[in-house]
Design a protein around this ligand. Structure first.
Ligand SMILES: *Cc1c(COP(=O)(O)O)cnc(C)c1O
Length: 388
């Protein structure tokens, strides 16, 4: 024996998942929770939740950050607060919550295709879908990549539409030197355990609109009986325990981004030059949080399909994921009447793979994952040559 085996080494049979957790140290967690018990303030927007709202607003460079129990509810609440009727243009290439929140707010999602490079909506993909019933556009900063914020702001202003961004992936990301958080009428972040900022569950809405912020602060709580205009309210409150976790994560955020960036660079280096494998590229105007390691597999060149690659990885306990699969336009209830033609979305849903990254993924794990991918491509290409 030469000592204990390294943690989570796929060769030792421990599975490596996508979406592992960024956790604070046990000591800082204990300290934060001791404070909570000392104060005996657990809910109803106590001191920690208010502190989190202040720190987030500062970090995102916006006037208001409004903490909410999770991002799905935050999306629903924002759509209701804007008092919209009719249709909301959304991507189908997204996590289900984006689209489900539109339905829950009593609005109709209209699916829009995405740009093949940015994998997000753009002013060009959205413009043809704008009609008399369109009330809003909801872009998604997929993988933390800015969803054409300048182009969509210009387009929505020209048509008198509201513009929201599902920024669930985008804590710590930026565009042209500005943090994500200040674009459109409002942006919605998630602090789910698998996101870069882990509040176990949680989310927030950011906006520069004072009036919208005041309305959201009332709507998120059924408690305030202040005699003001009746609003459509619910219990969307973030607990002090969630805020405590999120504050710890916020303290570590720059370090987490830096570690993510280092792992991203390692992946990039190991995967360089493998035929048919394309890494998503955070170039140009974007500042990334590097929370997502995503690549596309071009079957004719790589010699195998995305799903075959997934099998190869899974056989070595590397639990890579298809994201997003299937596209929301192909899921019920949305697909019941008809399925819109979204060729780029379908292509992404068929070719993308998300790989494990996080504190728990070691440099050695990354080397193993990448050599598995390289071997899979090389053996498939050799087999194809032999049979040709
Ligand atoms: C995670 C996620 C959500 C939902 O966030 P919750 O906080 O879990 O409700 C919404 N949209 C996208 C794109 C997500 O990835």
């Amino acid at each position: 024996m030469t000592g204990a085996p390294p943690n989570h080494d796929p060769l030792n049979g421990k599975p490596l998942h996508v979406g592992q957790l960024n956790l604070p140290s046990t000591e800082s967690f204990r300290e934060a929770f001791d404070g909570l018990f000392d104060r005996r303030f657990f809910a109803n927007h106590g001191p920690l939740e208010r502190q989190l709202d202040r720190e987030l607003a500062q970090r995102f460079g916006v006037r208001h950050a409004i903490g909410v129990v999770n991002a799905t509810v935050a999306l629903m609440l924002t759509l209701r607060a804007l008092d919209l009727k009719g249709e909301v243009i959304v991507p189908a290439f997204t996590f289900p919550a984006t689209v489900q929140s539109v339905s829950w707010a009593g609005l109709k999602p209209v699916f829009c295709d995405v740009d093949p490079d940015s994998q997000t909506l753009t002013a060009q993909t959205v413009a043809p879908l704008i009609g008399p019933a369109t009330a809003a556009i909801m872009g998604v900063h997929v993988w933390g990549r800015a969803c054409d914020p300048i182009g969509l702001q210009e387009l929505s202003r020209r048509h008198g539409l509201k513009l929201l961004f599902d920024a669930a992936h985008a804590v710590g990301a930026g565009f042209r030197g500005r943090p994500i958080g200040g674009f459109g009428d409002a942006e919605i972040f998630s602090f789910h355990a698998t996101k870069i900022l882990n509040g176990v569950e949680g989310g927030c809405i950011t906006t520069d609109d004072d009036e919208l912020a005041a309305r959201l602060r009332k709507m998120r709580s059924f408690h305030e009986a202040d005699g003001s205009t009746p609003l459509f309210r619910m219990n969307a409150k973030m607990s002090e325990a969630q805020a405590a976790m999120a504050l710890l994560g916020l303290r570590d955020l720059d370090g987490l981004i830096e570690q993510n960036r280092r792992r991203y660079a390692l992946y990039l280096g190991h995967l360089d030059g493998i035929p048919g494998i394309r890494f998503i590229d955070y170039a140009g105007d974007e500042a990334s949080n590097y929370q997502y390691i995503v690549l596309s597999i071009d079957p004719p060149v790589a010699g195998l399909s995305r799903d075959m690659m997934l099998e190869r990885l899974r056989s070595r306990q590397i639990l890579a994921r298809r994201y997003f699969h299937p596209g929301m336009h192909r899921t019920l209830p949305y697909s019941a009447d008809s399925v819109p033609h979204l060729p780029v979305t379908d292509w992404l849903c068929d070719t993308l793979i998300q790989l494990p990254t996080s504190q728990q993924v070691s440099d050695r794990d990354i080397a193993t994952i990448c050599s598995t991918i390289r071997d899979a491509v090389m053996t498939s290409r050799d087999a194809a040559k032999e049979s040709a």
